[in-house]
Design a protein around this ligand. Structure first.
Ligand code: NAG
Ligand code: NAG
Ligand code: NAG
Ligand code: NAG
Ligand code: NAG
Ligand code: NAG
Ligand code: NAG
Ligand code: NAG
Length: 450
């Protein structure tokens, strides 16, 4: 709506009768085009019953805390309700709601930028800045007085629809809530009805609120399709006001769930490569980890600390990793849809080598043998201690490659997205008595939206 041009400008200088009248008592309010069928709710400061709708403009003007107002024809009496609000749709977009027979009038409001200190009151339309700050909120009442007006301009233009409801196609994620407004011009006695796929029967979970709002609660695939909002006027004319095609999809990652659907940790279905690709799958979304961005957590069958012993050859011990509910190819899509992925890997060893003489390794999702360990991304033959320069022996890149009769450990996070997740673990050099090890592999976790 901010794009729309102002159609009405009122410049009225107020001459107060009191002697302390200040020089900046000149108020200039620029009115924005009106929005019919809407009112700003919950911020009404004062209301009046008036014979003429236009008089509400003047009431807003003289009420220094007025930032917008609603007008509506009162049933039967031929008079108008005039509601002055101390806020507007830019400060509280959620408060602008469809209301049959009402019209919303906003001003160009310099106070939306919060120019005043927190305990001062901002009044719109004063001084060259377009606002003024009253340091003592109580003063605002004292400044009010009945002004004499030098002039009032009065033209209103009907604006068809605010920008935010002018859409023909809308995508929602499964589980999302959404209100769709029918942009009905208030034209006296008309009625509004909604249709889904040319039927008056709306899918379960969709309600009509106050006839103008279609309320979608926890979207599901039965909600997809075309919606029409039809306005029937007194003279039996029908207007199809809104045709909207609704698409329902699964979110691609838990970060998306967090941004658009819910901040509650739990099990969710995601579809990282979109509805045309591979099947969606279930994951756990941790909404508190990593600062609450929404972390996708995928479990597997090899998370327990597991003993390795009894074989000598390079990689003779082999453990395939099976991820719960998702294939490696689906998880590769998850890493692509996420900014960051990581998987913890650890090997505790007693006289068992890791990379020395190619004894042990892990396998990437693409079946490639990987020669770096957690904490040493892409540095072949290295573990975290090798990168930090504090391994058990200064001539090896991993603690385990000290290969002595002492329990040692190499651990850290694998973070190279295109290698994840780990598909297999391979260890060797655990044949002799007192040569053994334990491996731990963490869940795959991914977060951030690409
Ligand atoms: C609504 O969208 C259509 C198509 O994008 C455009 O032609 C029309 O001008 C828009 N109406 C308003 C009021 O923005
Ligand atoms: C609107 O129409 C209904 C019936 O068609 C009638 O009962 C009602 O009085 C009308 N309301 C107004 C404000 O004209
Ligand atoms: C969708 O519609 C089908 C058929 O009416 C019904 O069995 C199913 O439970 C609905 N799904 C949801 C999530 O409401
Ligand atoms: C929705 O309406 C569009 C345009 O009228 C049409 O092309 C499309 O097939 C409709 N979709 C469904 C699911 O009926
Ligand atoms: C999801 O949230 C983002 C940011 O809050 C928003 O820009 C986007 O339009 C939302 N998407 C849907 C489908 O609601
Ligand atoms: C979610 O992440 C938090 C913070 O890292 C962690 O303490 C918690 O155990 C995680 N929840 C689950 C169910 O994994
Ligand atoms: C992991 O260890 C726990 C506790 O000892 C056990 O209940 C669970 O079955 C083990 N999981 C696997 C996959 O072996
Ligand atoms: C482990 O995975 C490899 C490669 O996919 C496969 O050839 C092998 O049969 C699997 N081993 C077991 C025990 O499932």
């Amino acid at each position: 709506m901010s794009k729309l041009l102002s159609v009405l400008e009122l410049c009225i200088c107020v001459i107060y009768s009191w002697t302390w009248a200040q020089a900046d008592n000149c108020r200039i309010l620029k009115y924005k085009p009106v929005v019919q069928g809407y009112s700003l709710q919950g911020h009404v400061l004062k209301s009046f019953e008036l014979k003429r709708e236009i008089d509400c403009t003047a009431r807003c003007f003289v009420e220094h805390n007025c930032m917008s107002f609603n007008t509506g024809l009162l049933d039967g009496s031929g008079t108008y309700l005039c509601e002055l609000s101390d806020s507007d749709h830019e400060m509280h977009s959620e408060a602008l709601k469809p209301k049959y027979g009402f019209t919303y009038h906003a001003t160009e409001n310099a106070c939306i930028k919060n120019p005043c200190s927190p305990n001062a009151l901002c009044q719109n339309g004063f001084t060259d800045e377009g606002y003024r700050c009253l340091s003592n909120r109580a003063n605002s009442q004292a400044l009010e007085a009945t002004p004499q007006m030098s002039s009032i301009a009065s033209t209103f233009t009907v604006v068809p629809v605010p920008d935010f409801i002018n859409q023909t196609s809308l995508s929602l994620y499964v589980g999302q809530n959404k209100d769709i407004f029918c942009p009905v011009p208030a034209r006296g006695n008309s009625s509004v009805f909604w249709m889904h796929q040319n039927s008056l029967v709306l899918p379960d979970g969709i309600l009509i609120e106050g006839s103008l709002v279609l309320k979608i609660t926890s979207a599901n695939f039965n909600h997809s399709g075309n919606y029409t909002c039809v306005v029937e006027n007194v003279n039996d004319q029908s207007d199809t006001v809104l045709l909207l095609t609704l698409h329902i999809t699964y979110p691609d990652t838990c970060s998306r769930v967090r941004a658009n659907i819910s901040d509650v940790s739990g099990d969710y279905v995601i579809d990282p490569d979109g509805s045309q690709g591979k099947d969606p799958f279930g994951v756990y979304c941790n909404m508190t980890d990593k600062g609450g961005v929404g972390v996708t957590v995928v479990s597997h069958d090899s998370e327990n600390r597991t003993h390795v012993n009894g074989c000598k050859q390079s990689g003779c011990y082999s453990r395939n990793i099976s991820y719960l509910g998702a294939s490696l190819s689906q998880l590769s899509d998850l890493t692509e849809a996420s900014s960051y992925c990581e998987q913890f890997i650890s090997y505790e060893c007693h006289g068992a080598k890791l990379f020395k003489r190619d004894k042990s390794w892990w396998v990437s999702r693409d079946g490639v043998r990987m020669k770096y360990w957690g904490g040493a991304t892409n540095k072949d033959g290295y573990c975290a201690c090798g990168v930090a320069g504090n391994c058990a022996r200064s001539d090896s890149g991993c603690n385990c490659d000290a290969d002595d009769a002492v329990w040692r450990e190499d651990s850290g996070f694998l973070t190279h997205k295109t290698h994840l997740p780990v598909s297999q673990l391979r260890f060797g050099d655990t044949d002799a008595r007192k040569e053994e090890g334990y491996h731990i592999l963490g869940k795959l976790i991914c977060y951030g939206i690409t």
